[in-house]
Design a protein around this ligand. Structure first.
Ligand SMILES: Nc1ncnc2c1ncn2[C@@H]1O[C@H](COP(=O)(O)OP(=O)(O)OP(=O)(O)O)[C@@H](O)[C@H]1O
Length: 521
């Protein structure tokens, strides 16, 4: 099992020792076996992808490799030396760091303070010296950020660069990137990858965790697949086709559905229907200019756009999270009170938020409680909530959305990221909304679950209701009947179902060429 890593990669005695090597790692959480005798070996200077479906054990491995969890069995080595002992944070920091999609820097401190956090010696701190040292350090790693800037004012990308520089300054030669691109636009991803390649050339090794398989192909030379807590394979990326990779992740041979398959069931009717959802000259100062939008029964409409295009702000206005500066939203022809989530819900708008931790879930509560939060009125007579009805309701959601959990009573906090997202969608669907507005619904969700989540959204429209997907992910947008692309707060193009990736990406980048109806070149 774990030894397969050696043969495939063709290491020799002359090679430097692997940046990290884990062997026979076992980790249990109560009844859940999260890692079952897994291993991984990341060569110095390599960019090694770790992929697997939600719940495969990736985050648990990260916790073991960063010293947050002590494994129940197995060993971890950095450059052939045994990993530091449990509580020795400084020793772990000199070996490894993990950069998450959201920066972990302390927002109210300056960049310089963040860089040297925990390393101030005794005595008075010389701020000017600290800033100068921070400046040198950032320059050394080619990070173009002002050391005096407040960390909270950095972009996601700058925050990640600062964290990488911080990790390297501790001496770490191995950095884990856990979905680092989730909040970046295409140009930001390219800049991140360029930086990573530079550092690789200096011998720094990366473990790259992503649900975007294309990124694995773009950046990594080796890939390891985990499935159901086990190591399935490790291979050079160049030797493994996408279909094989997905098959290894899912354990099935079934090809992923194509765009046309998505639409096969939607039987678009020719007669124009009364829109379920309408936005009339809806505008939000500083976010987007007046926009008209009509979403008909049976339709899934995409609002595409990069960060700050206004698409998320528009989605958030539709669900009542933001109050439009002008214009109005109507459901079934009736105006919805602006800026009121309860009113929007009552009017039949279901909402799948982007940030499931802040807006979506009560982490300490069970899967059943979270899935039924919006329908407690349907779970028992006279304002009571019958546990049996809650469980039955949740059980139906668990099976129809294929949520990987030990049961309705399991706390949501214990589920993997993708499965948490399914609970959020379950909750939005529980009220049987007339229109579902989903903001980046598949962020952090594995390929297979992505398909099933998107078919759930598609299903809402296919049964005669409607859906809006706000996203910059082409896979999310592929299930849409129409896609409206925004750029800097304006509609820049609108596409029917036959768009090409190139047309849509260009539109999101602000290049209207083609406008969805045939580019010039
Ligand atoms: N603290 C915990 N308590 C109980 N169970 C846990 C805990 N952390 C993880 N698990 C369980 O361990 C398994 C592996 O989860 P893990 O988060 O490592 O998966 P993952 O591959 O990172 O998934 P994702 O892609 O969704 O983030 C899952 O079944 C999860 O529910």
């Amino acid at each position: 099992m774990t030894d397969s890593t050696k043969g495939t990669l063709g290491t020799t005695d002359d090679d430097p020792p692997p940046a990290v090597r884990a062997e026979g790692v076992v980790k249990r959480f109560g009844p859940t076996l999260a890692l079952d005798r897994v291993g991984i070996s990341v060569a110095a200077g390599d960019s090694h992808a770790l992929v697997g479906r939600n719940g495969a054990g990736k985050s648990t491995l990260v916790s073991v490799l960063t010293g947050l969890h002590t494994p129940d069995a197995g060993q971890v080595f950095f450059q052939d030396e045994p990993a530091p002992s449990g509580g020795d944070t400084a020793a772990w920091q000199s070996k490894v760091a993990c950069v998450y999609q959201k920066s972990m820097v302390v927002p109210d401190l300056s960049v310089a303070e963040n860089l040297f956090l925990g390393r101030f010696g005794p005595g008075r701190i010389r701020w000017s010296q600290l800033r100068a040292r921070a400046g040198d350090l950032l320059a050394e790693y080619g990070v173009d950020v002002d050391p005096a800037a407040r960390a909270g004012d950095l972009t996601v990308e700058q925050g990640q660069f600062v964290e990488i520089a911080r990790a390297l300054s501790f001496g770490a030669r191995f950095i884990i990137l856990d979905e680092p691109t989730a909040q970046l636009d295409a140009a930001g991803i390219e800049r991140l990858f360029t930086k990573l390649r530079e550092l690789q050339a200096q011998g720094v090794a990366f473990l790259f965790i992503s649900h975007h398989l294309q990124e694995v192909y773009d950046l990594c030379s080796t890939v390891t697949v985990y499935r159901d807590a086990r190591h399935v394979l490790t291979a050079p990326v160049a030797d493994l086709g996408k279909a094989e990779l997905v098959a290894a992740m899912t354990g099935e041979e079934a090809p992923a559905p194509t765009a046309s398959a998505w639409h096969a069931g939607s039987a678009a009717s020719a007669e124009p229907a009364e829109p379920v959802l309408r936005a009339e000259a809806l505008a939000l100062d500083g976010a987007y200019e007046p926009i008209d939008l009509a979403v008909c029964p049976g339709e899934v409409v995409g609002l595409a756009g990069a960060t700050a295009s206004g698409n998320t702000a528009l989605g958030e206005t539709l669900v009542g999270l933001r109050r439009a500066t002008s214009g109005r939203t109507l459901v079934g022809g009736r105006p919805v009170r602006p800026g009121s989530v309860p009113h929007a819900l009552g009017a039949g708008i279901g909402y799948v938020p982007e940030d499931r931790h802040r807006q979506g879930l009560v982490l300490g509560r069970s899967v059943a409680e979270n899935a039924t939060l919006s329908v407690t009125d349907q779970l028992g007579p006279y304002g009571t909530v019958l546990p049996s009805r809650t469980r039955a309701f949740a059980q139906r959601m668990i099976s129809s959305l294929d949520i990987k959990t030990s049961g309705p009573a399991q706390p949501v906090a214990d589920l993997s990221g993708g499965n948490q997202q399914k609970v959020v969608i379950a909750r939005a669907l529980a009220r049987e909304p007339r229109v579902l507005v989903a903001i980046r619904p598949t962020a952090g969700v594995d390929v297979k679950s992505k398909d099933s989540l998107l078919s759930v959204v598609r299903g809402v429209a296919d049964r005669g209701d409607a859906a809006v997907i706000v996203s910059d992910e082409l896979d999310d947008l592929r299930v849409c009947d129409r896609v409206i692309a925004l750029f800097h707060g304006r509609v820049i193009a609108e596409f029917g179902s036959g768009w090409t990736d190139r047309d849509l990406v260009s539109a999101m980048e602000g290049l209207p060429a083609g406008g969805g109806k045939g580019a010039e070149e």
